[in-house]
Design a protein around this ligand. Structure first.
Ligand SMILES: NC(=O)c1ccc[n+]([C@@H]2O[C@H](COP(=O)([O-])OP(=O)(O)OC[C@H]3O[C@@H](n4cnc5c(N)ncnc54)[C@H](OP(=O)(O)O)[C@@H]3O)[C@@H](O)[C@H]2O)c1
Length: 363
């Protein structure tokens, strides 16, 4: 069963590792369904995550990236063909999700993708009130927030208003993941504190932070470090490195709290080429923190993609989570290299999205 599908499509192809311009806008064949459990999705929007820039440059995971790979994990779009065993989705359904891993070879920086429901559990029907633009942004970032704030903690997703109010600290609160982290914290009824620069303070508050602390204000940072020891259930670290770990891990409740880092012991790990010794150094620092941190220390790896059709959808349907994608963070597929230039700045506010099908993007 299928609608009319072209034989070729546009995609960003990585012929060899390199700077953002290594993403080449090319015409390639539309991928074909090979299994009865697969869907063909016409992509309307795809989001760009820091990991894809790290993969593109060859700084990390170069063994994962095949020659002429199409990178990209997160997407929104419409089902245009399906295998004979697919019962959960119909042709024409609007969907969103994330392909794991985002290293390709047939990723979402393309007009069409194949989703195998047997292995790609991170797909759900898009609620009507959420645009393709906003749905594409969720994937990796919202799952990371859910993993850190709810699953690693563990704190209940469905807040019943009973018991003491949890406390969540989000470091890097204005970024792609951070704004979802703030909202997930709010959704579970937590008191949320966000760390960001003063220029992003009002935005972070508008997404639900009860308080923000400017990381350039040394007095405010010292106040936080000295006066709120062992009071947080979750510290969600989106910057990594030594400074926040050393100064803020004592803020986490010793027995029940978690220092959940999406980056790990090296700040912006993967922004430069990581060699064997770098991995060994990270491994050793991670092991050290596991053993000697004043609280539980956890990395947010192995994202729970299967939570998109349940928990992420629940948060969307309850209007507990939304995406923030300012206009300057929207790029066409052809301009995908500019999206990578931007994500590498480490100054992105909210999410970056590729507008692949302009007619449907805002629908
Ligand atoms: N392990 C995983 O599964 C996983 C998943 C997702 C993301 N990650 C990693 O998590 C990190 C964050 O991802 P992201 O998508 O949120 O990145 P992002 O959007 O690039 O984050 C940029 C934000 O970080 C803020 N920031 C930069 N330096 C800061 C500092 N020293 N203190 C506080 N805030 C700071 C910036 O705010 P200002 O401009 O105001 O400084 C900016 O808003 C990346 O390294 C990414 O690779 C890991």
């Amino acid at each position: 069963m299928s609608t009319e599908i072209p034989t070729s499509m546009k995609a960003l192809v990585l012929e060899q590792f390199g700077p953002p311009e290594a993403l080449k806008y090319k015409t390639v064949p539309v991928p074909k369904l090979n299994k009865p459990t697969e869907l063909l999705v016409r992509v309307v929007a795809a989001s760009v995550n820091p990991v894809e820039a790290k993969l593109r440059s060859g700084n990390i995971g170069s063994f994962l990236v095949k020659k002429n790979a199409i990178l990209g994990g997160d997407y929104s779009g419409s089902v245009v063909a399906k295998g004979s065993q697919v019962t959960e989705f119909e042709i024409g359904d609007a969907v969103f999700g994330t392909l794991r891993p985002p290293s390709g070879p047939q990723g979402s920086y393309a007009e069409y993708i194949v989703v195998d429901l047997q292995s790609d559990k991170g797909i759900a029907k898009k609620p009507d009130h959420v645009s393709f633009r906003d749905a594409a942004a969720l994937g990796v970032a919202a799952l990371t927030a859910l993993l850190a704030v709810v699953l690693k903690a563990p704190l209940p997703l469905k807040y019943n208003g009973q018991g003491p109010r949890p406390k969540v600290l989000v470091i890097g609160a204005s970024g792609g993941v951070g704004l979802y982290g703030v909202q997930v914290g709010k959704a579970i009824g937590a008191h949320v504190v966000g760390i960001c620069s003063s220029k992003n303070a009002s935005l972070v508050k508008s997404f639900g932070a009860d308080r923000v602390v400017d990381y350039n204000d040394s007095e405010a940072m010292a106040d936080l470090a000295n006066n709120e020891k062992e009071s947080f259930d979750v510290l969600f670290d989106l910057v990594g490195g030594e400074y926040y770990y050393k100064n803020f891990s004592p803020l986490v409740k010793k027995k029940t709290g978690v220092f959940a880092s999406s980056v790990g012991p090296v700040a912006q790990f993967g922004s430069s080429k990581a060699g064997v010794f770098d991995y060994l150094g990270v491994g050793a620092a991670y092991a050290y923190r596991q053993l000697f941190a004043p609280c539980r220390y956890a990395m947010t790896l192995n994202l729970p993609a299967y939570k998109i059709p349940t928990d992420i959808l629940y948060l969307l349907e309850q209007n507990l989570i939304k995406s923030y994608i300012p206009e300057e963070n929207v790029f066409t597929l052809e301009e995908g290299y500019k999206a990578h230039q931007k994500i590498e700045s480490h100054r992105t506010v909210g999410k970056i999205v590729l507008n692949i099908s302009p007619d449907d993007f805002e629908k």
